[in-house]
Design a protein around this ligand. Structure first.
Ligand code: HEC
Length: 626
């Protein structure tokens, strides 16, 4: 200790002798590094690169302030930011969390929120109407037929709010619900997974996962002991007893520490198909990050015990390709994440996936493609790439990388549509703003392609389209920043053009011809942070199409001509059945889920500077209305 201080003094004196006072200050700071840095210093070093930079799509500092210090610590220790936080010492994390978080920690479930003894979990028959996982069927068309929706197009205009449920301690509501046998299962940004009564919203149980859960839970083995399957955003796969919330097994689907699971699991014949993407694309914003080594994949996991039946990576193992200007090793090929639910084609024995961009060179033929895998072995049967050489990471948006591609991922699941004539068409929508009709009998040959929007890194078709067999309903995001935007990003306050962006288009499944195009209403009143962009996934019932918007509106459009049948503004506060203070915001991510005359919608995903929120809304028909 003595000798250390002596050396420091010597350094200081030498420096003073040279007259470089500022340099002396720097030296002192680095010599006393073991001292506790301030929260501001930790933030500047590890967080500001993304959370003060809109191009990274990270929520800004004010949004983080709404969380409790405990919640931020969980995010760093085992949540979304785990991969970013691993070089940060525990003590520094605590100081950082105390400095950033100003909110209250989520309390335990209020006794009044629990279901009374006369309500029973999974009480309905296993044949009862359901919406399990991303879509009612593994064809991923997000179509709920009349018997199961319990709702006709004529009734849609009479939908009223029945109940609201608040996600305690969250400012993001991005999780897709699953409804089966009168029970609703939904995850949350805080990692709490809830089992609720679908009719009343009362709580049966809550389970705390190790990371944020945005994928819809799905059910398997329903006739005996139903198992609830879901993933978290940091690589975990979970199987719980659906009746009790007790763990059956958990596993990690990828070793890579930057794994990010955003795509829903698809279940087929005892197997859970788990798609994997990663955080690396945004971690590359750090010039010292050795970019990139993640390989997008799909794993076939046995539901019985969590073992892996097969696994297919979309790129070969990365090799060192060079050194960055910052002196860090670079690797490639990398990326080709799978961001959305796989689609099952049992007739052809295939599993379809949509892939994202490469993160680094060399580019591969598997990126920005629809890929058909063998359902039994996972072997790649064919690849239909629509954008070649799309190499993109967060450095591109900051001008720190060259040879960048357009970031035109397929982020929405491919839909296997059976048309009334009996012919199957595989439909895929891209962030480029183009929708494709592919021939599943001819290695995905392009039958037609139709541009429905401008497209971009956060534009075009984002989360999902829908089809009722004869039409494809595709909404576009395409949020437009107003001129004079200096790249600022404040929650609910980003400088969007209140009249530009969005749009819902109906295409003919067989030809791709545009049948109608509904233009969204501008934000009313025009307000900061409001965009009419429609990034959220689309859902369809017989005669009506549901589409949510960044302006907080959830609307139902007539499937015949695109006329608005119902419009509800979710951007306000709500009284909730679980007593949690809740607010609606931008609708982004998953689409509406329609079962048994009820429509469930999550509101509040502040991606890109949209409005935060933490509410699940349940709408139904008032029986005494005409
Ligand atoms: C490489 C970019 C990047 C860095 C660095 C980064 N973040 Fe994030 N962070 C993100 C993105 C992107 C999201 C949004 C996640 C989403 O939309 O799902 C996010 C979300 C979050 C959330 C909310 C997620 C939740 O649990 O609900 C918290 C809290 C957070 N970050 C804290 C931090 C802190 C603290 C640091 C510094 C130690 C940090 N982040 C560094 C990119 C980053």
């Amino acid at each position: 200790m003595y000798s250390k201080r002596k050396r420091m003094n010597t350094l200081l004196r030498q420096t003073l002798h040279t007259g470089a006072l500022i340099l002396a200050g720097t030296l002192i700071a680095s010599c006393t590094r073991t001292a506790q840095p301030s929260g501001e210093q930790v933030y500047t070093q590890y967080c500001a690169a993304c959370h003060d930079q809109p191009a990274t799509r990270a929520p800004p500092r004010e949004a983080l302030a709404q969380l409790s210090p405990q919640r931020i610590l969980r995010t760093l220790d085992f949540g979304t930011m785990m991969a970013v936080a691993y070089p940060i010492r525990r003590g520094d994390r605590e100081v950082l969390a105390q400095y950033l978080g100003k909110g209250q920690d989520a309390s335990a479930i209020a006794p009044a929120a629990l279901c009374s003894a006369d309500r029973n979990i999974l009480a309905g028959a296993s044949s009862a109407p359901a919406w399990k996982g991303w879509s009612p069927t593994t064809a991923n068309t997000a179509f709920q037929p009349r018997e199961a929706s319990g709702l006709s197009a004529d009734q849609v205009g009479n939908l009223r709010l029945k109940w609201a449920f608040g996600y305690a301690g969250d400012f993001i509501a991005f999780a897709a619900p699953t409804v089966s046998r009168g029970t609703l299962f939904v995850g949350s940004a805080g990692g709490a997974v809830h089992a609720l009564d679908a009719q009343t919203g009362c709580t049966y149980w809550t389970y705390q996962a190790k990371g944020p859960v945005r994928t819809p839970p799905t059910l398997a083995g329903e006739d005996e002991n139903p198992v609830l399957l879901f993933t978290d955003q940091v690589g975990g796969v979970y199987a719980l007893e659906a009746r009790t919330g007790r763990e059956v097994w958990t596993m990690r689907v990828e070793e890579h520490e930057a794994t990010r699971l955003s795509g829903a699991i698809t279940v087929h014949e005892g197997i859970a198909f788990v798609p994997a993407a990663s955080w690396e694309e945004s971690r590359a914003v750090d010039p010292k990050y050795p970019c990139c080594t993640f390989r997008g994949s799909v794993s076939a996991v046995r539901i019985s015990d969590g073992s892996v039946a097969w696994k297919t990576w979309l790129v070969d193992p990365p090799q060192k390709t060079g050194v960055s200007p910052a002196g860090t090793d670079l690797f490639g090929p990398s990326g080709v994440g799978v961001w959305s639910a796989p689609t099952v084609d049992a007739k052809r024995g295939l599993l379809y996936i949509g892939t994202g961009d490469n993160y680094t060179h060399p580019a591969t033929p598997t990126s920005d493609a629809i890929v058909a895998l063998d359902l039994q072995s996972g072997a790649i049967r064919w690849i239909r790439q629509t954008t070649a050489d799309d190499v993109f990471n967060a450095m591109c948006a900051r001008g720190g990388a060259s040879n960048c591609g357009p970031d035109h991922d397929f982020a929405a699941p491919a839909m296997l549509v059976q048309t009334p004539s009996g012919r199957d068409v595989l439909i895929a929508g891209q962030k480029s703003g183009v929708v494709y009709g592919l021939d599943p009998d001819d290695e995905g040959r392009i039958l037609w392609e139709t541009r429905i929007g401008v497209g971009g890194t956060s534009g075009g078709v984002q989360w999902g389209m829908a089809s009722d067999g004869s039409k494809v309903y595709a909404s576009v995001a395409d949020p437009v920043r107003t001129a004079g935007d200096q790249g600022s990003l404040t929650v609910g306050n980003a400088p969007f053009d209140p009249a530009k962006g969005g749009g819902l288009t109906a295409l003919d499944v067989l030809t791709g011809n545009t049948l109608w195009h509904a233009v969204p209403a501008p934000c009313a009143p025009p307000r900061d942070g409001c965009s009419p962009a429609q990034p959220a996934a689309v859902s369809v019932i017989a005669g009506a199409v549901f589409s949510g918007s960044m302006d907080g509106h959830i609307r139902a459009f007539s499937a015949d001509d695109g006329r608005v049948l119902w419009d509800f503004d979710t951007q306000r506060s709500f009284t909730t059945v679980n007593g949690v203070t809740a607010q609606g915001g931008s609708i982004d991510g998953p689409g509406a889920v329609v079962v048994n005359g009820m429509v469930y919608v999550n509101s509040g995903y502040p991606r890109l500077g949209g409005a935060p929120g933490n509410v699940l809304l349940a709408f139904g028909i008032d029986s005494n209305l005409p």
